[in-house]
Design a protein around this ligand. Sequence first.
Ligand SMILES: Cc1cc2nc3c(=O)[nH]c(=O)nc-3n(C[C@H](O)[C@H](O)[C@H](O)COP(=O)(O)O)c2cc1C
Length: 305
Amino acid sequence: MKEIDLSTKLGEITLKNPVITASGTCGYGQELEDYMDLEQLGALTVKGITLQAKTGNPVPRIVETPAGILNSIGLENPGLEGFLADKIKIIKGYQLPVFVNISGYSIEDFVLLAEKLAEISCIAALEVNVSCPNIPGGGLAFGTDPELIYQITKQVKAAYPGSVIVKLSPNVTAISDMAIAAQEGGADIISLINTLQGMAIDLERQKPVFANTFGGLSGPAIKPVALRMVYQVAQKIKIPIIGMGGIMTGQDAVEFLLAGASAVAIGTATLIHPDAPLMIIKEIKAYLQDKKINNIQEIIGKVLN
Ligand SMILES: Cc1cc2nc3c(=O)[nH]c(=O)nc-3n(C[C@H](O)[C@H](O)[C@H](O)COP(=O)(O)O)c2cc1C
């Protein structure tokens, strides 16, 4: 049988296969180097950065749930300066597309980050996180208002000459309206979903477990919701989609591709098996082999037709 072509396109970016790491679950790449050859991935998305360094929320920051985890990290990150000083030299060495996830408290924050990162040639795309649910006074408000999504996207696009991915929050009623707003603002790619807002209560203290009360749910529990949202968005937009949310196996990944995602991102699975993304690439290939399909493009969006 002919070698299976797993390559896929996200606008102007070509990936050798559709499997990407999800932001916040692989640090800046280096953290996973002992577990896998990162260059076998389609792309790497690094932890979200903000203008100023953040120490994040107090512990506990992760709570297990029956089919996933709740996290309340609070965007701990070295800030733009720390990222440029310490992380960028690591990223520069990688022979694969690297996406840098950015977060902010105002449109100006996003624009400033975009302007500074525009000077760095080794970044393949910015992923604009309009959806982080764990920081007070920011994040979620952007991701639930189509007008704000449009404005952020438009202004980041004006500040950044490369590809812009807009990462959507599932904590909305009409996900397609958010995706359309991002597309109209000039987004090159949409990624979805971020975590679903949830909470846990400590029975001994009779208080919320997290200092911030709420956390973001990820893992297998959210897969059906994520898949439904990718399917809905794929029917309404023309730009490519990175699908994520609870992908644990190659079979899960194939479901997202069939629903219209051009690539997939793996998050919580990596926290359990650090080399999960590589296993998922193998399983996607095995599925295609079994179905006698030589080119992954044949299955992308097939359920939509
Ligand atoms: C510990 C943790 C940290 C995360 N940090 C970020 C982040 O910094 N920026 C972001 O856009 N998403 C972040 N996410 C969301 C993931 O990238 C992903 O959208 C979500 O977890 C759903 O995928 P999954 O079910 O495969 O984990 C984080 C998720 C987890 C579990």
